[in-house]
Design a protein around this ligand. Structure first.
Ligand SMILES: [Zn+2]
Length: 332
């Protein structure tokens, strides 16, 4: 990340960058590293040690602003309290024109304490058309002391005039070994944790860093997998009850679905004798047991049933009903 940020800054500096790639692949991490490269006074930029680098790492630098969409229905104005943190990667938000206007007002002034004002706008695909059009003016004529970094899942989700005014960099998934090394060397994560997170990350360095800093992510995963393992031995009535309990926390369901899919993919890989590609490496024994217990057909049916539930949930089908159907379809 830091090497990439350095090489980006070494080229003739673009006014605006667009980093694209799947959720949590590390776009914002790279944006912070590029901001550090711009603001750090050290010759070996970014040093990671100076006040500027440390403030940026903690999102406390007065000249480096990170903004993202607000929840649907959230009234944004200058005096409104900051929106709540994003509940999960699937939460739908909107970047509103009022946010862009406030940003434009801020960047019209010189930076407080460093060479640049750096504006990082996350998930620009969430900007509504009004906001995206307003932002175009800033991209066309950014103030001299300003550098802009946008992130988005894919450039094709934006108004075409946005990426055409940015230097676009598409981030690709990293191999587990690369993530493991980065976690240990850059983020000081303990060896065993780094190994597990690197395999769970699915190539997304940003996710791995977030999980290393936020134990809740792994705790939630344990709970989701425990629920799956338990329901495979339950009777009809227990499954109905469990579906009801799970449906009450419907904001957690997209995350649960992802972990349940990753589980059955791993059972499939284990059965194929392809254990090297397994994600849930800290559950080797249970994976082996499930690979022996279920037939190939049962595993494929489970994957298909979970994918179908994901589609139904996205179409706002009653979560309790969708989960009842799913739990009754899973093999016993
Ligand atoms: Zn520094």
């Amino acid at each position: 990340m830091h090497a990439l940020a350095r090489s980006l800054a070494k080229d003739r500096l673009a006014h605006a960058y667009l980093f694209t790639g799947p959720h949590a692949i590390g776009k914002t991490t790279l944006a912070r590293a590029l901001a550090q490269t711009l603001e750090c006074p050290d010759t070996a930029r970014p040093c990671g040690e100076c006040i500027a680098c440390k403030k940026i790492a903690r999102d406390r630098h007065p000249d480096v602003q990170i903004i993202e969409g607000v929840p649907v229905g959230f009234k944004f104005d200058e005096k409104s309290p900051p929106p709540p943190p994003r509940a999960n990667d699937w939460e739908r938000r909107i970047i509103k024109i009022d946010q862009i206007r406030l940003l434009q007002h801020d960047i019209s002034r010189a930076p407080f304490e460093s060479p640049w004002r750096v504006i990082i706008v996350r998930r620009f695909e969430e900007a509504n058309e009004e906001a995206a059009n307003a932002f175009l003016k800033t991209l066309e004529e950014p103030p001299a002391h300003t550098r802009i970094i946008l992130t988005a899942r894919d450039a094709s989700l934006l108004l075409p005039t946005i990426p055409s005014r940015c230097q676009v960099l598409a981030l690709r998934p990293l191999a587990p070994a690369q993530i493991q090394t980065a976690l240990r060397e850059r983020w000081g994560v303990a060896a065993e944790t780094a190994r597990v997170l690197a395999h769970l990350a699915g190539g997304r360095l940003g996710w791995a860093i977030r999980a290393s800093e936020n134990p809740r992510l792994l705790e939630a995963r344990h709970a989701h997998l425990a629920a799956l393992h338990a329901t495979l031995t339950e009777g009809h009535n227990e499954k109905i009850l469990r579906a009801e309990t799970l449906a009450k926390k419907d904001e957690d369901l997209p995350e649960m679905i992802e972990w349940w899919l990753s589980w059955w993919r791993d059972v499939l890989l284990t059965q194929h004798g392809d254990a090297a590609r397994v994600s849930n490496i800290d559950f080797e024994d249970t994976l082996r047991a499930h690979a022996a217990r279920f037939t190939l057909e049962q595993i494929q049916d489970a994957l298909q049933a979970i994918r179908q539930t994901a589609r139904q949930l996205a179409q706002n089908i009653n979560p309790r009903l969708a989960l009842e159907v799913l739990l009754l379809k899973l093999p016993a």
